[in-house]
Design a protein around this ligand. Structure first.
Ligand code: GCW
Length: 606
């Protein structure tokens, strides 16, 4: 079993550089194929692989050589033909994986076991597993790993204080893989050191961060930077001192600048203490309102990291208007591999079709970097569900090249993981590509989002958040459902350009799958295909359940090797149970409210 390179030989712990590693990997993966490496430092991360009479010549800069080696290895092992010249450069500078790992070994929104990096409030790890992880990430071109949760509570802060030697040793392990570490920091951290404030304009605060940066970069000279969640869901930030986020981020940026460090500043700022009675606040508007006016005011070494949609990693959201608005600021788009709202790595959910849709709405040049919340954990297969690894793999390819084709990349992962016949392979790829739509059908309808159990975010609960503080309401009543976000409603749509306002503003032209994100509509609303809104809701849910049954049958017919087989089947059973629960609860919810029967007379439980 190839298992996407897990089963490769363990790497020696003495690898000096990406070039050395490239040589080792080529020798062990392609024995008997002579490969020559040409180190061209100016090529940086880019590579060129050329077929020669005897074998291949791989040229590239430091990590370019390694990426070239993996490009060749993964193509050959997946049975793809290698063109005479294979040359590539990454589109985005920082291709980040953000782990939400806590020092006590738990992972916030983690579904693959405990942390790979922490236990008992210490940084402890298995070096052999770290090398294996380095190989997985580098083999798809990922180059930054933030190891700790953006929610930095004490003792997470100790990373900068007394876990630095262990962190430096970890950075040494990842360095030959072209991977740099990043740390999440707590904006109020100076206050643990006798400074009475964290005001970014206070000179003692500024001096503390400068000294800290000097200490941290002395220990880890190539640390990529700091990741900051400020004024978000209770985390401290500049608002406490009446400072804006440019003032906060720029202060940190100045401290890390001498070392080439970057401040990645998250824009997940909204009122998480909203009164559901208050109709004047519409949560998706928040990020744009907080940041768009600051465009052009951030230092060069600040990157604003913006979640892909205006809410929070729902199954379907429009592209965040902030990603389209800030033309004079370095931006990173944040995706989420961890399946927080997409089935907890129990339900099958292949993400690349969704990511392709995002890029169809947003020019790839709008961003300079890309990040994804990790789906990794200490489980032997790293991603809990064996098939969830496809999301890490395809994310890497997309972060390198946003034009990456969904089917081709899923297909490469499948070939690198399972030895199937061509027919079985085609079946697996098409199943994986279908899973996002299936999940979307049986969960909250037509872009409305949420409807999950509060807090853990798994399973249906149509009004679980309806009278809560989080700003995620559907306002379903006996006549209608949804929130009007056009100019006549909350005005959210006005954060977009005129052409998008036109496309989404009229329910007659708004694509069906976004209808209830933008509009409040009566159940009798007639959709483009002639069905009523309520009938469409019922149909989608019944279809989602039927598709899941078919998925389970097709998956059962594929010869997955153990231990994957047992794990895949076990989770498929749970997905089937949950899809049924979703289908019946959502249909019953809308049927009870509307009183409208299903035109096909299928069973809806009252
Ligand atoms: O959706 C919320 C999650 C939190 C997470 C937060 C964020 C790390 O439920 O668990 O906190 O997003 O992105 O900061």
């Amino acid at each position: 079993m190839k298992a996407w390179l897990h089963s490769f030989p363990d790497l020696p712990d003495t690898v000096a550089s990406p070039a050395d590693l490239a040589r080792l990997e080529l020798e062990s993966a392609l024995p008997g194929t002579p490969c020559t490496l040409e180190h061209v430092p100016a090529m940086g991360e880019s590579y060129r692989v050329e077929k020669t009479a005897a074998g291949y010549t791989v040229s590239g800069g430091d990590s370019g050589l390694l990426y070239g080696a993996y490009a060749l290895i993964t193509r050959i092992l997946s049975g793809e033909s290698v063109p005479p010249v294979l040359a590539s450069a990454p589109k985005y500078g920082l291709r980040m994986v953000d782990c939400w790992d806590n020092p006590d070994g738990t992972i916030e929104r983690g579904y693959s076991g405990r942390s790979l990096f922490f236990e008992g409030n210490r940084l402890v790890y298995d070096p052999a597993r770290m090398r294996e992880l380095g190989r997985l990430l580098a083999s798809v071109g990922l180059n930054v790993l933030c190891i700790n949760n953006v929610n930095v509570h004490f003792p997470g802060q100790l990373l900068l204080e007394d876990m630095l030697p262990e962190a430096a040793a970890l950075a040494d392990i990842f360095r030959p893989f072209g991977i740099r570490l990043m740390f999440s920091i707590d904006f109020s951290q100076p206050m643990r050191h006798g400074i009475p404030t964290a005001d970014p304009l206070d000179s003692a605060v500024q001096a503390w961060w400068k000294e800290t940066a000097a200490r941290v970069w002395t220990a880890i000279p190539d640390l990529a930077g700091f990741l900051v969640k400020a004024d978000s869901e209770g985390r401290p930030g500049p608002f406490t001192y009446n400072r804006n986020h440019a003032e906060g981020a720029n202060m940190l940026a100045e401290a890390v600048k001498p070392y080439g460090g970057i401040i990645v500043w998250r824009c997940f700022v909204y009122n998480c203490r909203q009164d559901w009675r208050d109709r004047t606040v519409d949560r998706p508007k928040a990020a744009f309102e907080h940041y768009a006016w600051l465009d052009g005011q951030f230092a060069d070494n600040v990157i604003l990291q913006i979640k892909h949609g205006p809410f929070d990693f729902q199954v379907r959201e429009p592209v965040s208007p902030l990603l389209l608005a800030m033309k004079h600021t370095n931006l990173a788009m944040e995706l989420q591999l961890a399946q927080e709202y997409t089935g907890h790595q129990i339900d099958l959910y292949t993400m690349i079709p969704m990511w392709r849709e995002l890029f169809a709405e947003m020019p790839a040049d709008n961003i300079m970097s890309i990040a994804a919340v990790s789906n990794l954990g200490r489980d032997a297969n790293y991603t809990g569900h064996p098939l969830a690894a496809v999301n890490l793999f395809t994310y890497g390819l997309l972060a390198w090249d946003p034009d990456t084709d969904a089917e081709a990349s899923v297909s490469r992962w499948a070939r690198l993981t399972y030895d199937f016949t061509p027919e079985q392979h085609r079946c697996l790829v098409s199943l994986l590509l279908s899973t996002r739509r299936t999940y979307e059908k049986y969960t909250a309808p037509l872009g409305i989002g949420w409807m999950v159990n509060p807090h853990d975010h798994y399973g249906p609960n149509p009004s679980g958040y309806e009278y809560d503080l989080w700003g995620t309401y559907h306002k379903a009543d006996r006549n209608a459902v949804g929130i009007d976000r056009t100019a006549s409603g909350t005005g959210y749509l006005e954060q977009y350009s005129a052409d998008l306002q036109e496309k989404y503003g009229d329910p007659a032209t708004c694509p069906d799958l976004y209808l209830l994100f933008y509009h409040r509509l009566p159940y009798s609303f007639v959709m483009k295909d002639g069905r009523t809104l309520i009938q469409r809701i019922y149909d989608d849910h019944f279809e989602g359940l039927e598709e899941t049954k078919a998925l389970a049958e097709a998956i059962a017919a594929l010869p997955f090797p153990e231990p994957d087989r047992a794990e895949i089947f076990r989770r498929m059973e749970l997905q089937l149970r949950d899809a049924r629960e979703w289908c019946d609860i959502i249909n019953t919810f809308f049927h009870r409210l509307s009183g409208v029967p299903d035109t096909h007379g299928r069973v809806i439980y009252d």
